[in-house]
Write a protein that binds this ligand. Structure first.
Ligand SMILES: NC(=O)c1ccc[n+]([C@@H]2O[C@H](COP(=O)([O-])OP(=O)(O)OC[C@H]3O[C@@H](n4cnc5c(N)ncnc54)[C@H](OP(=O)(O)O)[C@@H]3O)[C@@H](O)[C@H]2O)c1
Length: 369
């Protein structure tokens, strides 16, 4: 066992689970290499992306068990984030110091994992508290030897790749269902990166697809129009002015209960499918209740991933999603600015800004704690 020089403290951004407006960066002594248990590995979380998706993890922390990935002290929660981390101390021969991995980390400067299965592609964290959690979050990719890894696009990868994969699976799910017969797809929080990824992927179906209507807040209307990927863009307030003609699908990234009710009542039985994908408007969370049209159904990407992993075989998802990802990166460069933030104060400021809906949609944030 050996170790390289590391900072002496570990920093974690923690959120009060009973009052998510309270957050704090706490420091603690960095575990020494000698204190690692047999088979454990300590990583420096180098950088991670941060978007409304992470706020959704917070808002649904208890309900969807997001707090269970990285247990914190009583009453506090550590937000999961997607990013890159480097091994700084290891009690495994097959995970040497200096190796870099992509995956789901605590919003912290460091993480300790207990790898179970390790392969040339990566490892699975088999820490006892993670075994019952969805497997997709417990898998880490090794960058060394990964032919699709590109160090120059790491920032975009951290910010967008997990969001893109969700949209890739949703696009696949909808296309496979022949759009549920819909002539239009209404997409809320159209300014969000995940919604944009869905719109991009839908646009690749050329003529064999429904029209896309982007729904957004009035403040983001011009931004969404500028993205140029939706066939039509309207403000939330105007949704009931849409003509009711053929069947529609609602892809809901906002989770806004009042908006969902307005759409279902306006389109009635013409709502052929209603996918609950996101919760950007987290303060409006409320049960769907009885609504006209198709019953709102939670879209959980890991479920579709599991299905396609079997149907497409080993590497099938990676190859298809990888090809689509490379195409997606091209238009992205025309509108997304990457902002790199360092340290606890900057991370806390971004957390509060994102929680309160003040972050601008044209920016992708990368943080180092
Ligand atoms: N089901 C899944 O597996 C899955 C996977 C990935 C992402 N998602 C979900 O997709 C959603 C979008 O995530 P993202 O990371 O792509 O978002 P993002 O790019 O950070 O989205 C920013 C947009 O979200 C809206 N927004 C953000 N915070 C808000 C607030 N506090 N109040 C009101 N509106 C707010 C605004 O859009 P508007 O003005 O246009 O409403 C804002 O422009 C999240 O809820 C995320 O959890 C789900």
């Amino acid at each position: 066992m050996s170790a390289v020089t590391t900072p002496e403290t570990m920093r974690q951004l923690l959120v009060r689970r009973d009052d998510i407006h309270r957050a704090s960066v706490v420091t603690s002594p960095l575990p020494s290499a000698a204190s690692l248990a047999e088979g454990q590995v300590l990583l420096r979380v180098d950088r991670f992306g941060f978007s409304a998706n992470n706020i959704t993890y917070v808002a649904l922390g208890d309900q969807m068990h997001y707090w269970n990935f990285f247990p914190a002290t009583d009453g506090w929660g550590c937000i999961p984030v997607w990013g890159f981390a480097d091994v700084v101390a290891s009690r495994r021969n097959d995970m040497p110091i200096g190796e870099r991995f992509f995956g789901y980390w605590p919003m912290a400067s460091h993480a300790i994992v207990q790898p179970g299965h390790v392969s040339s592609h990566g490892f699975t964290d088999a820490s006892p508290h993670r075994v019952s959690l969805p497997a997709v979050y417990n898998q880490y990719q090794r960058t060394a030897g990964d032919l699709s890894y590109d160090a120059t696009t790491e920032d975009a990868y951290m910010i967008l790749r997990p969001l893109f994969v969700t949209s890739f699976m949703l696009d696949d799910f909808l296309a496979d269902a022949r759009w549920f017969g819909a002539e239009e797809i209404l997409i809320s929080s159209a300014s969000s990166k995940t919604a944009y990824a869905l719109a991009f992927l839908l646009s690749q179906h050329a003529k064999q697809r429904p029209q896309m209507v982007g729904l957004t807040s009035r403040a983001n209307l011009a931004f969404v129009e500028g993205l140029g990927c939706y066939d039509r863009v309207i403000a939330y307030d105007d949704v009931t002015s849409l003509p009711v003609t053929g069947p529609v699908v609602y892809a809901d990234f906002s989770g806004n209960a009042a908006l969902r009710a307005a759409i279902h009542h306006h389109f009635g039985t013409k709502v052929a499918y209603s996918a609950a994908v996101g919760l950007t408007h987290w303060e409006t969370l409320a049960p769907a209740g009885d609504l006209p049209g198709a019953k709102p159904t939670l879209f959980f990407a890991p479920t579709q991933i599991k299905r396609r992993a079997v149907e497409w075989g080993p590497g099938g998802i990676e190859q298809r999603a990888g090809d689509a990802w490379r195409a997606f990166l091209v238009p992205l460069q025309s509108w997304m600015t990457i902002s790199r933030l360092h340290g606890g104060d900057a991370a806390l400021a971004l957390y509060h800004s994102m929680l309160n809906g003040n972050a601008t949609p044209d920016c992708g944030y990368v943080i180092q704690l």
